[in-house]
Design a protein around this ligand. Structure first.
Ligand SMILES: Cc1cc2nc3c(=O)[nH]c(=O)nc-3n(C[C@H](O)[C@H](O)[C@H](O)COP(=O)(O)OP(=O)(O)OC[C@H]3O[C@@H](n4cnc5c(N)ncnc54)[C@H](O)[C@@H]3O)c2cc1C
Length: 326
């Protein structure tokens, strides 16, 4: 295949969220020219998952998973909110000036000879090294029971795609995302949270404390140990049939039950899996030499600072191989 030099770069980064951007920033700091690095982002803006899944004004915890966060590279965040985090990330994009293309989603990365290429809507991009940083939030998990098509307008997988106001809402899930949706929605709705386990085990301390207080103050109802059997339409609302308790009726349901790893992308790119987890070494390089994975793809419990740090590790390794000495 002929190389189109306009679309050739040293390092191609797929995914313009915290991990992809930190990798690009650290590559610049390690001696790569900004024009040698290309980030392609399938959303309309950088950090698209954050823009889409974090409610406006959402508190930003740096030790999000309850572990102390230490920044290893130049990119770091202070506790703040969604907007302060996004403007910090944006500052780094502008300051380092690497190539960043939005509305460019890749289906896979393929290796041909000693190059990688990615095919997108706008053409083919070639690179010597490739970093996949597409996160796990792109495809929200769906429940095992069917979601009737006629309930489409009542069922949500985030709280920003459509306004949810003055409703009786059920939030399904027991992680930090579910907890934060409850807090956000409770401002303008009557909110109930349903989690199938009897206790929370995945919440950070702040979210757990807030939920306990909300339950105590009756600003949200928290139903633990409640497993949903099915949902059905009833008089323009949703009837939720629980396995072990009486049905409840809601205006809307918001599911926050995690996202699946974009296994198809990685498998099509030749990445081997160990069960449900992609294989990678201590530099986050996969079995495909020169193909690295960053951010949520490599962490069971991802955070923004961990995503930044994975970018630093990858950039150092690529710079070492490329003989960069700053
Ligand atoms: C509601 C919620 C609240 C959270 N709160 C916090 C918090 O307070 N503190 C904290 O530290 N962490 C928090 N997290 C976790 C944190 O957002 C993630 O760990 C972090 O965003 C991971 O960064 P990433 O770059 O790996 O992935 P992502 O942020 O998911 O970025 C991946 C990027 O890749 C793009 N992309 C996907 N597929 C393709 C493709 N095929 N081609 C091109 N581009 C693609 C996406 O559009 C996206 O921009 C929260 C998560 C959620 C869902």
């Amino acid at each position: 295949m002929r190389l189109d030099t306009k679309k050739f770069c040293e390092v191609l980064i797929v995914g313009g969220g915290p991990a992809g951007i930190a990798t690009a920033v650290e590559l610049c700091r390690a001696g790569f020219k900004p024009e040698d690095i290309l980030v392609i982002e399938k959303g309309a803006e950088h950090s698209y998952s954050i823009q889409k899944f974090y409610p406006e004004g959402k508190r930003l915890d740096t030790d999000y998973r309850g572990e102390k966060a230490t920044c290893e590279g130049v990119m770091c965040l202070l506790p703040g909110n969604r907007e302060s985090a996004l403007s910090t990330i944006e500052y780094f994009i502008h300051y380092y000036g690497f190539r960043f293309m939005v509305n460019e989603g890749a289906e896979k990365i393929a290796r041909e000879g000693d190059h990688f290429f990615a095919i997108t809507g706008q053409g083919d991009f070639f690179a010597r090294y490739a970093v996949v940083a597409i996160g796990i939030l792109g495809k929200p998990n769906k429940p095992e029971y069917p979601l009737p098509a006629e309930l489409k307008d009542h069922i949500h997988f985030d709280v920003t795609s459509a306004p949810i106001k003055n409703c009786n809402v059920l939030v399904v899930g027991g992680g930090n995302t579910a907890a934060e949706y409850v807090q956000y929605l409770a401002n303008e709705n009557k909110v109930t949270m349903s989690y199938r386990k009897k206790e929370f085990s995945r919440l950070n301390e702040i979210n757990e404390d807030i939920l306990i207080k909300m339950k105590h103050d009756k600003t949200a109802e928290i139903l633990l140990g409640t497993d949903i059997r099915s949902v059905e339409k009833q008089d323009g609302k949703i009837k939720v049939n629980f396995k072990e308790s009486e049905p409840h009726v809601f205006d809307k349901i918001v599911y926050a039950i995690g996202g699946s790893s974009p296994e198809a992308f990685l498998k099509m790119s030749g990445v081997e899996y160990d069960g449900k987890i992609p294989k990678f070494d201590s530099n986050y390089e996969t079995n495909v030499p020169g193909l690295f994975l960053a951010g949520d793809l490599v962490f069971q419990k991802g955070t923004i600072i961990k995503a930044f740090n994975s970018g630093k590790t990858i950039a150092q390794e690529i710079a070492r191989r490329a003989g960069k000495t700053n």
